[in-house]
Design a protein around this ligand. Structure first.
Ligand code: MG
Ligand code: ZN
Length: 203
């Protein structure tokens, strides 16, 4: 269904607390007027993230409360999209449940998985969760404003990720300060254009 409508679908995966919702809030504020977005926020409990995304300007936001399940599956996505008018939609963001393990094995109909980690986590995460990094197309390193506050090293995390998957498109950014976000926005717009069969804008 998504392919037929040429809707770019991105499946955001990370540990709890890496900043998936913060990245989506920023993205909505920056691109919400230019790109028609639909958002699905998956959580084990509460619709807190969906509420945050609505506050950030999300016009079509659907919560999925899994009630204990530690991942989303395609059936849940289909159901969440059932009563939405998708005719104008260009970009579907799926915020998965915070978990780097089993969401790697579920195809939600996405074009790409985007894996996030933050500088408050271990820089060996790509090595510890190789299947997620192997199946992802983009890698977002969030909270770079906190670099130096812990033993996390940017060069090391990128090297670890490269060992697992040499084709990852990598972004270093801070959803708190806004640093590095322009590259992310540009990449998103390019991917939406490519999905529609249009060439991306020249930088
Ligand atoms: Mg969240
Ligand atoms: Zn699971």
């Amino acid at each position: 269904m998504l392919a037929e409508r040429k809707i770019l679908a991105l499946n955001l995966v990370s540990s709890p607390g890496s900043g998936k919702t913060s990245l989506l809030e920023r993205t909505l504020k920056a691109l919400g007027e230019r790109v028609n977005m639909v958002l699905i926020a998956g959580d084990v409990q509460t619709e807190n993230d969906a509420q945050r995304l609505i506050k950030a300007g999300g016009r079509i936001v659907r919560p999925i409360v899994t009630g204990g399940a530690c991942h989303l599956d395609a059936r849940m996505i289909t159901k969440a999209l059932e009563d939405i008018d998708l005719s104008a939609a260009e970009l579907l963001f799926i915020e998965n449940v915070g978990n780097l393990v089993c969401p790697s094995s579920y195809d939600l109909g996405e074009d790409m998985k985007v894996v996030l980690i933050s500088t408050t986590e271990g820089d060996d995460k790509p090595l510890k969760y190789p299947s997620m990094f192997r199946r992802s197309s983009a890698f977002v390193i969030n909270k770079i404003d906190l670099l130096g506050q812990s033993d996390f090293e940017l060069a090391r995390v990128k090297d670890n990720a490269r060992q697992i998957n040499g084709t990852l498109t990598t972004f270093e950014l801070s959803c708190r300060t806004g640093e590095g976000l322009n590259g992310w926005y540009q990449w998103l717009e390019d991917q939406v254009a490519l999905k529609k069969g249009r060439p991306p804008k020249q930088p």
